[in-house]
Write a protein that binds this ligand. Structure first.
Ligand SMILES: Cc1cc2nc3c(=O)[nH]c(=O)nc-3n(C[C@H](O)[C@H](O)[C@H](O)COP(=O)(O)OP(=O)(O)OC[C@H]3O[C@@H](n4cnc5c(N)ncnc54)[C@H](O)[C@@H]3O)c2cc1C
Length: 376
């Protein structure tokens, strides 16, 4: 029997593939990464880079908080191009109903060891003077941050390469399984384990995977230093942006180190083309201006779209695929893959190397979808 050329082949050079390669190489495994584009392409190039703890579910909180702590640990090593800033998030409450959500969220985060501070209307106004007058208050999550995703992916990939990882770029993978990765140019790469980290394209390589493309738009402005100081997100975001069907927009704005303002966000299912959809863009910008009226006087320099890889239960798929014992998944991160890339890499590598993970992995195991099919 011939021995596989690599211990692990990772397909995909977005931030998840890069983080997995880095972590696996760090554990002494022989790793190859294959991508059809540059490092940090795909959704990683399109993403906002908000490193955020979210509480849609216990499992989502556990993975986002764990990952945020890993980013904080990594912070001293990150080069300046990664533009990591621990600016904090302010969840903005427009009215008293949303203030009750501030209190709920504060208790929830506090019980799980994540610091927060409730802000009344006056405190909010003094922290973010360009917000429309009349907001009820907000919740500051000071350990949240922002970074520039393509450079973060590049940093992780270069570290993986320095640890012996081989990088194959510019070639499409056409098939994976039975310990073999088949490339469009006819070559085959053998590996004991193949990690499907192909983001929104992951179902092309693993048929039967319930991962759908969820389109998002972003706009970046010219430089207006100091106009916003925290990542600002409307509390209504939880209601509107996280519905599992239909198009939605929400106020979600980020200060960049350059002084530019990154404006989001939108979510659409069934929109397969990359082109900017003007009706969604207009809705998204109107929503942003309802919160920050001064945006209406600013110039934008670029608008783009990207595709999140969405699962039905809004949790990523991390672990062995039930259909092939050589295939592991690291996909389905929807709008949180920049944040959760590091936690994903750790718990994937833990499963591969038989190490006890720092957080329970069961909620992310691909086998949960097989159970759903069985009960459907
Ligand atoms: C508008 C928008 C805003 C976002 N904002 C945030 C945010 O603020 N915070 C956050 O945490 N997350 C955010 N996200 C989500 C985040 O960007 C993604 O979850 C993350 O980038 C997923 O990374 P990935 O490596 O899994 O996939 P990708 O970055 O899509 O990478 C997949 C890679 O696989 C390659 N590939 C695919 N198929 C093949 C094949 N057959 N052969 C070879 N290579 C292949 C692609 O070229 C690509 O390089 C946002 C996403 C969008 C779209």
């Amino acid at each position: 029997m011939t021995k596989a050329a690599y211990d692990v082949a990772v397909v995909g050079t977005g931030i998840v593939g890069a983080a997995c390669a880095d972590e696996l190489a760090c554990r002494g495994l022989r790793v190859v990464v294959i991508g059809d584009d540059v490092v940090g392409s795909g959704a990683t190039a399109a993403g906002m880079g908000h490193i955020v703890v979210m509480d849609d579910s216990e499992a989502q909180f556990a993975l986002t908080r764990y990952s945020q702590q890993l980013w904080q640990e990594l912070r001293p090593e990150l080069p300046s191009e990664v533009e990591y800033e621990q600016c904090g998030t302010i969840w903005v409450a427009a009215d008293d109903e949303e203030m009750s959500e501030v209190r709920r969220k504060r208790t929830y985060y506090g019980e799980r060891g994540a610091p927060t501070k409730a802000l009344d209307a006056k405190e909010l106004q003094s922290l973010e003077p360009n917000l429309r007058m009349g907001m009820a208050g907000g919740l500051l999550v000071p350990e949240d941050g922002v970074l520039y995703p393509p450079c973060a992916a590049l940093f992780l990939m270069e570290r993986a390469q320095a640890r012996g990882t081989k990088l194959v770029l510019g070639v499409k993978v056409t098939q994976i399984g039975d310990g073999t990765v088949r490339l469009a140019d006819g070559t085959e790469i053998s590996a004991e384990i193949i990690v499907n980290a192909a983001g929104a394209s992951s179902p092309d390589l693993t048929p039967g995977l319930d991962v759908k493309r969820r389109k998002g738009h972003l706009v970046i402005t010219d430089r207006y230093p100091g106009f916003v100081r925290h990542q600002l997100v409307e509390l209504g975001y939880l209601k509107s942006a996280h519905s599992t069907s239909g198009d939605s927009v929400a106020f979600n704005v980020q200060p960049r180190r350059t002084g530019q303002i990154l404006i989001g966000s939108s979510r659409q299912y069934g929109a397969e083309h990359k082109e900017v959809d003007n009706s969604i863009l207009v809705r998204m910008l109107q929503r942003a201006q309802e919160y920050l009226p001064g945006l209406s006087k600013m110039s934008s320099v670029r608008t783009w779209t990207g595709f999140r890889a969405a699962t039905p239960d809004k949790l990523p798929l991390i672990g062995p695929w039930t259909g092939d014992k050589s295939v592991f998944l690291a996909t389905g991160h929807e709008g949180l893959g920049i944040t959760t890339s590091l936690g994903t890499a750790r718990i994937l590598a833990d499963q591969i190397s038989g190490t006890k993970p720092a957080i329970p992995v069961e909620p992310y195991l691909p086998s949960r979808t097989a159970k759903e099919y069985a009960h459907a």
